[in-house]
Design a binder for this molecule. Structure first.
Ligand code: GAR
Length: 208
């Protein structure tokens, strides 16, 4: 059974999707053992509490540099014996040291079809604002491993979602969450925990 640590910074709907998937038995080979938040008072912490999952807060604002924050976080994740780290709406860029320590063991969910609308500055609602400005007809979500390039790691799963003519950033965000993120994140999590994912030359191969 793999120990899954979920990193959050906000509402935590993706965390909820993971909790629900574990309860339903869709995640069978891993278990969420701890939730870590970069901010105090976020709703994701309530979700962890309601599910009886221990949580810890490592506030980004208490650290002046990305390096010192990375070191603090790294210590906590080693203490928690993390097998898999999931960034579920975690809004802090991680330092290279962290990524090296957990190579191909950190998963991120991004609300677009990478390589569109991704990289530095593309997060949360802003991703959907850019997609609507550009007038794309299809967007979606991507689950990928995290490497040293922002949103540039090996892609595990992607799910397209139609953009509607009357969409606002909020309606598009919600539809992408419902139809893509909340499905492919738990799916990728179980594939990882069941050792069904291999990475070679920056590409993911899935053995179902
Ligand atoms: C989600 O849409 C997630 O894909 C996005 O933030 C939202 C968090 O929602 N992440 C990024 O933009 C990362 N670049 P949640 O807290 O309700 O899961």
């Amino acid at each position: 059974m793999k120990r899954i640590i979920v990193l959050v910074s906000g509402g935590g709907t993706n965390l909820q999707a993971l909790i629900d998937a574990e309860k339903r038995g869709d995640i069978r080979n891993g278990s969420i053992s701890c939730v870590i938040s970069s901010k105090e008072g976020v709703y994701a912490l309530e979700r962890a509490k309601n599910a009886g999952i221990p949580s810890r807060i490592v506030p980004r604002k208490n650290y002046s540099t990305s390096e010192s924050y990375t070191d603090a976080l790294l210590e906590v994740l080693i203490e928690e014996k993390a097998d898999l780290i999931i960034l579920a709406g975690f809004m802090t860029i991680l330092g290279e040291k962290f990524i090296k320590a957990f190579e191909n063991r950190i998963i991120n969910v991004h609300p677009s079809l990478i390589p569109s609308f991704c990289g530095e500055g593309f997060y949360g609602l802003r991703v959907h604002e850019y997609a609507l400005e550009r007038g794309v007809k299809v967007s979606g979500a991507t689950v990928h491993f995290v490497n040293e390039i922002a949103d540039g790691g090996p892609i595990i799963l992607q799910q397209p979602v139609d953009v509607l003519e009357n969409d606002t950033p909020e309606t598009l965000q919600r539809r992408i969450m419902e139809q893509a993120e909340w499905k492919i994140l738990p799916k990728a999590t179980e594939l990882f925990c069941a050792d069904k994912i291999k990475v070679k030359n920056n590409r993911v191969y899935i053995f179902e």
